[in-house]
Design a protein around this ligand. Sequence first.
Ligand code: GDP
Length: 195
Amino acid sequence: IVIKKAEYVASAVKYEQYPVDGLPEIAMAGRSNVGKSSLINSFLGRRNLARTGNTPGKTQTLNFYRVNDGWFLVDLPGYGYAKVAKTVNAQWGPMMEHYLKKREPLRAVIQIVDIRHAPSVEDIEMQQWLRTMQVPTMIVATKVDKIARGQWAKHLKVIAKALDIQDVSLILPFSAQSGVGKTELNEAIEEILGL
Ligand code: GDP
């Protein structure tokens, strides 16, 4: 995909606030601070479309970005930040469940993890959740620039095991900083959308 146009369209909490264009959607999930906004900006080739370095867990909305007037990239609210107000935390589950279960245009969820760390309990729960709801999923391990290339395989293996991914090669190494994995992510999204 050549990104010709990428625009912020809406932030939503409730179902009624989701765009109704019926365009296919790819959503991005990950724990707060994992590098989700950076990945979105890097992928879309925009410096500041998705807000990076936010107070973790503060943004509890689904943010919709329309790409090339043809599909939506959806930034799902980050999870696993302990200091989020209880009321906000209580909202998160039902909001996500509703979205994942009911959103007809949803084609796939890309779950983002940090290559340096073993997946958190929340990462594992998210993966299980996606499986239960039978949402096609892809795992991206970001921030690979933070460890030596020779260490990647070892880390990817830990991630695959924790998330119960049979084939390590299904986890895509990525870095918003160095651009590693950008082409592969683009191709994967192209395939999901059938472009
Ligand atoms: P989000 O909360 O998941 O949206 O995370 P952000 O995109 O705001 O990133 C959190 C922090 O990680 C910021 O300080 C980013 O600069 C940093 N970061 C994100 N992606 C990368 C990456 O690929 N490499 C490195 N070195 N830092 C990154």
